[in-house]
Design a protein around this ligand. Structure first.
Ligand code: C5P
Length: 313
């Protein structure tokens, strides 16, 4: 008798990075509820890894998750990865039958776009699994419909973002920058932070089109690979809103500065605090200060820029 081993289901693995906004300039809320942005993204080497496995017809999308804070991640259609698989399937007329496994390497709901990285990785994984033949631009357009930060997770490295943050132009950088992140167990909702931003800026003149003119120094620092100058130029218009929702983060920033961080600020909509270090050794020292002072629920040392969503062998 001959035993035929069942062929393994086809499976694809993709990595996509988290990000920090080196500069985040926010304009006045528009009629569609979004704020025009001028931002400079940098991808960091904290990755989400998505494994997409073909399943039998009619099974639909399923999600499993592991990694720190996995219990905070929804397993249903509210997960951006789920929506990414369905959007791609609908775009190419394929049934959305796929099992997605997300290995979380970016703090959850931390202002580092981990959910967006899951969506970007899912697009690239399902694109390969279903051999859709879509171009990178077509994937980027699907990505933009899923969320403002998803196109950058596809692209990676360092880029200027305008519009909702989804219109990207790559930026030139030299060398490697050392980052350390202080994450909190309880995340912040992005719409809530933008809502507080609206309250705090009500009555003041907030631009319809926040320019990047003030970021010339930052762009020069990136091109020169000058971490000290970059540290001085870091900027986040959402920081006052995040701090007003989480006043304890001020101390996290102060502890990093006392440990010699070249710059320390809220990452994106928070509550993660990012600190720029002189070296990997220095990043570890800042992390140790945060831990010793109880100023973070978890600490993550890494570097940037990092690559965008990419298939793993
Ligand atoms: O695009 P995304 O779904 O990631 O945005 C989440 C929420 O963040 C939006 O619903 C909106 O409240 C807020 N947002 C914004 N302006 C942006 C990006 C996001 O107001 N440019």
């Amino acid at each position: 008798m001959t035993h035929l081993a069942a062929a393994p289901s086809p499976s694809v693995r993709v990595r996509a990075p988290g990000k920090v906004n080196l500069s985040l300039r926010v304009g006045a809320v528009q009629e569609d509820g979004y704020h025009p942005l001028s931002t400079i993204f940098q991808a960091v080497a904290l990755y989400e890894e998505v494994t997409a496995t073909q399943v039998s017809e009619g099974a639909g999308v399923t999600i499993t998750v592991d990694g720190p804070q996995a219990d905070l991640v929804p397993l249903d259609a509210t997960n951006l990865a789920w929506r990414a698989a369905e959007a791609l399937a609908a775009r190419v007329g394929t049934p959305p039958d796929v099992a997605l496994h997300l290995a979380k390497g970016v703090p959850v709901a931390g202002g580092m776009a981990g959910g967006s990285a899951d969506a970007a990785a899912t697009l690239v994984a399902c694109d390969a699994l279903w051999q859709t033949g879509l171009s990178r631009d077509e994937l980027a357009s699907l990505a933009a419909d899923l969320g403002s930060d998803v196109p950058f997770a596809l692209l990676g490295h360092t880029a200027v973002g305008t519009g909702r943050g989804h219109l990207l132009t790559p930026a030139m950088t030299r060398g490697e920058f050392h980052w350390v992140f202080a994450a909190q167990a309880e995340g912040l909702s992005t719409p809530a932070v933008y809502g507080r931003f609206d309250e705090l800026t009500a009555g003041s003149e907030s631009a319809d089109d926040p320019g990047l003119t003030e970021d010339t120094g930052l762009m020069q620092a990136l091109r020169a690979g000058d971490a000290h100058a970059l540290g001085r130029a870091l900027h986040n218009d959402l920081e006052p809103a995040a701090l007003s929702l989480r006043p304890g983060l001020e101390r996290t920033i102060v502890v990093a500065r006392e440990a010699g961080a070249l710059g320390a600020f809220v990452s994106g909509s928070g509550p993660t605090v990012a600190a720029l270090a002189r070296s990997r050794q220095h990043a570890l020292a800042i992390a140790a200060s945060w831990t010793a002072e109880g100023a973070a629920d978890s600490v993550w040392c890494t570097s940037g820029p990092a690559h965008g969503a990419r298939l793993l062998p």
